[in-house]
Design a protein around this ligand. Structure first.
Ligand SMILES: *Cc1c(COP(=O)(O)O)cnc(C)c1O
Length: 447
């Protein structure tokens, strides 16, 4: 065995892994990356079709981001962000405010997605406490939602896979049954339903609205749940319901932000603005751990007072506003603009969807191909007519994952949902190659 692999297994506890699996599938030691490609220490190539956990936005080792960070590195690497500031952070806010939903004007910096969610929850809670609504102490979320894996974020998530064992540690939250468009209980279609399932939200709001501080949702796309997509109309209705009941709307755009869904933010599809928005992942193009919790003037003002009143938001992270992260994020915004990334990605997204439909729509195990921007998911089922899933024990998605690695494709299926979520500047030739490798792997496992 390669010495590096041996040493890896000796020391490293990899994230979100049953380490026993590594007995049969050894860790792949990556040497370098370029664009949508990764290369291991033995020179094998892998197409990174999942943009390395959905964060790599503009390719690996993007020359412009590299240059921006190198320049920043020789100027200022980090500085305490309480009372002190720096130009990259200030400029970044100036740039972001041009592209984020209207009304969001105050930026709180942190260093990962879960942290930005924790920040949002605390912000919403304290806002109500300081505006005479101290009864609003609870949180609502959608079933099958995912908002990260720290204790607060897990509490507002509802995937048993991540949360079940920790339930006694978590706060009690209110779960609204989420839209399930592929298996719609009303027998409707995603594109032309009347959001019949919205009664589930109305029911919970009726019961718990008055004691709820905020509702948190992944807009349009429940990523970890298997790239479940719901209509923009549903999000719009949630906004209206929140307005009517005084519940704050927290939108978690960590996975959907920065063009992933075909628009800059998923909220833009619904034409809404949240009260609080969380962003991370694509923010720095996948270069640096960085996140933001962005909010309105109204919420900010509820914390603004003489020091002695004790109304400040006493929330901080050591690496808040890290200048290297800000320089990467600034470069990302510049590239998005200069290289017309959104327009090009829209075109590539259509191409990818059309190709998948052409090659897989009739496949006996492809239940649904669903698309939102460049994100395209393939839900595999045992029986297409009844939508019956495969027996989970077979780990069908995982078998395909292993096969695809041998063929030079990095997938990371969510159960039996395979998905493409590539860098926005991926080229069509690479997409073609990725589709061939994906189908080749599916065929060998599903034959
Ligand atoms: C990834 C993700 C998070 C958590 O971000 P981390 O940086 O992994 O903590 C939260 N919400 C959504 C929607 C995500 O996709």
């Amino acid at each position: 065995m390669n010495k590096l692999i041996e040493e890896d297994l000796k020391y490293i506890w990899h994230p979100c892994s049953q380490m026993k699996d590594y007995e049969t599938l050894k860790p792949i030691v990556i040497d370098h990356g370029k664009g949508s490609y990764l290369y291991d220490v033995d020179g094998n190539e892998y197409i990174d079709i999942i943009s390395s956990w959905w964060c790599n936005l503009l390719g690996h080792c993007n020359p412009k981001i590299n240059a921006a960070m190198k320049k920043q590195l020789d100027t200022l690497e980090h500085v305490i962000f309480a009372n002190l500031s720096h130009e990259p952070a200030i400029k970044l806010c100036q740039e972001l405010i041009k592209v984020i939903p209207k009304g969001l004007v105050k930026f709180n910096f942190s260093d990962n997605g879960s942290a930005s969610v924790e920040c949002a929850l605390k912000m919403a809670f304290q806002y109500h406490a300081q505006t005479g609504q101290s009864k609003r102490t609870r949180f609502m979320c959608l079933s099958e939602g995912y908002h990260g894996e720290t204790v607060g974020a897990l509490s507002v998530g509802s995937m048993d896979l991540y949360a079940k064992i920790y339930k006694p540690m978590l706060m009690e939250t209110i779960h609204i049954e989420a839209p399930d468009c592929y298996r719609c209980p009303y027998g409707k279609a995603r594109d032309n339903c009347q959001c019949e399932c919205f009664v589930n939200a109305e029911k919970e709001f009726e019961r718990y609205g008055a004691e709820t501080a905020a509702l948190i949702v992944e807009p349009l796309l429940q990523g970890s749940a298997g790239m479940r997509i719901y209509p923009a109309r549903y999000l719009k209705k949630l906004r209206e319901l929140c307005d009517k009941t005084g519940v704050l709307l927290i939108v978690d755009e960590i996975a959907t932000g920065f063009g992933r869904t075909g628009k800059m933010f998923a909220c833009d599809h619904a034409g809404i603005s949240p009260d609080i928005m969380c962003i991370s992942k694509g923010l720095t193009g996948g270069y640096m751990p960085m996140a933001m919790t962005i909010t309105t003037q109204k919420i900010y003002d509820a914390f603004y007072d003489d020091y002695g009143k004790g109304r400040a938001f006493m929330h901080s992270h050591t690496y808040s506003g890290n200048p290297l992260g800000c320089s990467a994020a600034l470069a990302v915004q510049q590239i998005m603009r200069e290289e017309h990334i959104l327009e090009n990605a829209a075109e590539t997204g259509k191409y990818l969807t059309a190709k998948l439909q052409e090659k897989l729509a009739d496949h006996k195990n492809v239940g649904e191909i669903r698309s939102l921007g460049l994100i395209n998911a393939i839900e595999l089922v045992k029986d297409k007519d009844t939508k019956q899933p495969f027996d989970a024990k077979l780990r069908t998605g995982y078998q395909i994952y292993k096969k695809a690695l041998q063929k030079g494709l990095l997938l990371r299926p969510l159960g039996d949902v395979l998905y493409f979520n590539p860098a926005l500047n991926i080229d069509k030739e690479t997409i073609d190659k990725a589709i061939d490798r994906c189908i080749g792997s599916m065929d060998e496992i599903l034959k």
